[in-house]
Each structure stands twice: as structure tokens, then as C-alpha cells.
Design a binder for this molecule. Structure first.
Ligand code: TYM
Length: 332
């Protein structure tokens, strides 16, 4: 059986990178896989959150999934904290994860910064909870953006360690699915930095709920260089801002980056940006509008999450009972 698991943290400012690197790909995959899409609220707690904002943002991510075209009947959509199995399996897996593996995680180093001793244990254990998310459902495929690659390698290592230690073939080794023209969307202010929810400048990202005027302003102000657009892909080397904008165009248009380069070969940034604005607004406009409509219907959104949690909970309980048996935890 092919099963997908993926998730987004409800930490606000859902952006074009989240859409192009992850959510949009999920929409395509739902036809061929058994899909579980989570709003990972327990992961969000690894950085400080205001409770009311966290609740609103959890609904916002749910709305983004539905508005982007994920079918809540066909797929399971739920928030992580509603299924206790995630926390439980994270503990069980943490007991077989060597510290050395966690010490290698670059995202912890980036997020903890220089104040490593003040960083929470949850932030350090974040990748183990992520492995638990995936393995709790014995997911075989995990569609994510490029920045999650290292975490997925760890999830595979943990799955392998479990199977070896207990001499079982229980967990499948989950395959990362990192595809599309925009696996790493960069900041509009600095083409060498990832577009991120936590960037202090709102001009660094296009949010999924930005209106047409805001999208236009952000793209017009996006950093460029002084040359016209290149004639070939090779001409994008050492031009990170141009490469990023052409990559975004290609991804939104559903074409290869090379085709976008050919389309705008030799053009001025101003002409290219005008077309990028039209394209971005035509793709994101309807999704943002539908997200806003859904956020005015929290009862509907909550019902989707509740039903999703029931379905996810059933699978989780079944697998956890098997895992307990394998580990020797008595179930009298
Ligand atoms: P999060 O919330 O940071 O990001 C959600 C998804 O968006 C992708 N992404 C990007 N893709 C392209 N360009 C960007 N600039 C960009 N920024 C973010 C991420 O790669 C991700 O796919 N740890 C995960 C959440 C998670 C998870 C899981 C994912 C928890 N458990 C289990 C998969 C499976 C995260 O922080 O995502």
C-alpha cells in the first residue's frame, strides 16, 4: 500500500514556498495515494505561541489545504494534538535515537542560534516527533520542500534502527518526494535565503492570503540585479534573485525553469515582473479568497479536523498496539 503523510506547522504567514514546495504537490498526489495531511500543532509549540493565535493559525492551515484543492473526504486532514499517538510514538522512538544523530540536524542549529543551552528539549527532539508522525501511519512517501530532506533521512534511519533492533520488517522506510520547479523558494529580498514564515520583513514573502495589490507591490519591490534576463539557464548562475523569480514563474505556470528562461530571454525585469504579477494573482487569488471564506466558517473547519482525527486515531491505535507488542510493553 502506498500512503502519504505530510504536514505544515500552524505558525502563521503561510507563503508561496509552502504552497509550491508542498501543498500544491499534495493536491496532485491525492489521486494515487492514500493521503494523510496534518496540521502539526505540537511542532509549533517548539517555539513560543500565543494560544488564541495558535488556534486561529491551525484553522488557517486547514483552510489552506481545502482551498488549495485537497479533498477532505478522500484524504484525512487533522491536527496533530488530536491524536495522542504522535506524542507517544515520539517517546518510544526517542529511546532508540542516538543523540549523535540529533546533533547533526542543521535546522536545530539554525533555530537554537548561539543560545543553545536555552533552547527547549522539544526543539531538539523536533525531528523525532516528525519521524513519529510519519511512522505512526507507516507512511511510504512524504512530499515536502527541500528544507525537510535531512529530517526525512533521520526518519528513515530511525525506522531502520527499529526494524533492526527488534528483528522485524515493521516500518517501511519513508521515501521523500521533493519535486516540482520550486522545491526551495527563496526570499524576495535576498535570493540566497529561504522564503520563510519567520522572516521579519513581510516583503520577503508572498503570503497565501495576500490580496492582488499586495502581491503586485511585493513583486515590484523584489530584489533584482541590473542585467536583463539571461538567454539560457547557465546565465542564471551567480544571479540568485533572477533565478528565484524565474523559478517562481515556472512553478506557477507549470513549466520547467528552462522554458521560463526561454520565454523571457533578454527581457527587462520590469516587463517580466508585470507578467509574474498577473500569473501570481491568477493562481493565488482564488485560493486566498476561498481561505478567507473558510476562516469565516470555523464550525465547518473544526468538523473537518474532528472527522480527520477520528480516522487518523483509528489507524494510530491499531499500529501502536502492534508496536507495543514488538517492544514488549504488556497489554493485559
Ligand atoms: P513547515 O511548516 O516549515 O513547512 C511546510 C512545508 O513547506 C515547505 N517549505 C518550502 N518549500 C519550498 N520553499 C520554501 N521556501 C519553503 N518553506 C517551507 C516545507 O519543506 C514543508 O514541506 N517539519 C515540517 C512539518 C512536519 C512534517 C512532518 C512534514 C512535521 N511533521 C511529517 C512532513 C512529514 C515543517 O516544519 O514544515
Amino acid at each position: 500500500m502506498k500512503r502519504i503523510f505530510s504536514g505544515v506547522q500552524p505558525t502563521g504567514n503561510l507563503h508561496l514556498g509552502n504552497y509550491l514546495g508542498a501543498i500544491r504537490n499534495w493536491v496532485q498526489l491525492q489521486a494515487d495515494f492514500d493521503c494523510i495531511f496534518c496540521i502539526v500543532d505540537l511542532h509549533a509549540l517548539t517555539t513560543p505561541q500565543d494560544p488564541a493565535t495558535l488556534r486561529a493559525q491551525t484553522r488557517e492551515v486547514t483552510a489552506a489545504y481545502i482551498a488549495s484543492g485537497i479533498d477532505a473526504e478522500r484524504c484525512i486532514i487533522f491536527n496533530q494534538s488530536m491524536v495522542a499517538g504522535h506524542s507517544e510514538l515520539a517517546w518510544l522512538l526517542s529511546c532508540l535515537t542516538p543523540l549523535g544523530w540529533l546533533n547533526r540536524m542543521t535546522q536545530f542549529k539554525e533555530k537554537a542560534g548561539k543560545q543553545k543551552d536555552n533552547a527547549g528539549l522539544g526543539l531538539y527532539a523536533y525531528p523525532v516527533l516528525m519521524a513519529a508522525d510519519i511512522l505512526l501511519y507507516k507512511a511510504t512517501h512524504v512530499p515536502v520542500g527541500d528544507d525537510q530532506k535531512q529530517h526525512l533521512e533521520l526518519a528513515r534511519d530511525i525506522a531502520g534502527a527499529f526494524n533492526r533492533q527488534f528483528n522485524v520488517d515493521y516500518f517501511p522506510l519513508p521515501e521523500p518526494q521533493i519535486f516540482g520547479a520550486a522545491t526551495r523558494v527563496m526570499s524576495l529580498r535576498d535570493g540566497t535565503k529561504k522564503m520563510s514564515k519567520s522572516d521579519l520583513s513581510d516583503y520577503s514573502r508572498i503570503n497565501m492570503t495576500d490580496d492582488a495589490d499586495t502581491v503586485a507591490q511585493k513583486i515590484k519591490k523584489a530584489k533584482t540585479d541590473t542585467e536583463p534576463l539571461p538567454e539560457s539557464l547557465a546565465g542564471l548562475e551567480a544571479r540568485p534573485d533572477a533565478a528565484n523569480l524565474l523559478g517562481i514563474y515556472a512553478a506557477l505556470a507549470g513549466i520547467a525553469q528552462e522554458a521560463a528562461v526561454i520565454r523571457f530571454a533578454g527581457a527587462a525585469f520590469s516587463a517580466f515582473k508585470a507578467e509574474l504579477v498577473d500569473l501570481a494573482v491568477s493562481v493565488l487569488g482564488p485560493i486566498g479568497a476561498e481561505m478567507k471564506r473558510l476562516m469565516r466558517e470555523p464550525a465547518y473547519v473544526d468538523a473537518v479536523l474532528r472527522r480527520g482525527a477520528e480516522r487518523a486515531g483509528e489507524i494510530s491505535r491499531h499500529h501502536l498496539s502492534e508496536i507495543h507488542t514488538i517492544l514488549g510493553l504488556l497489554r493485559p
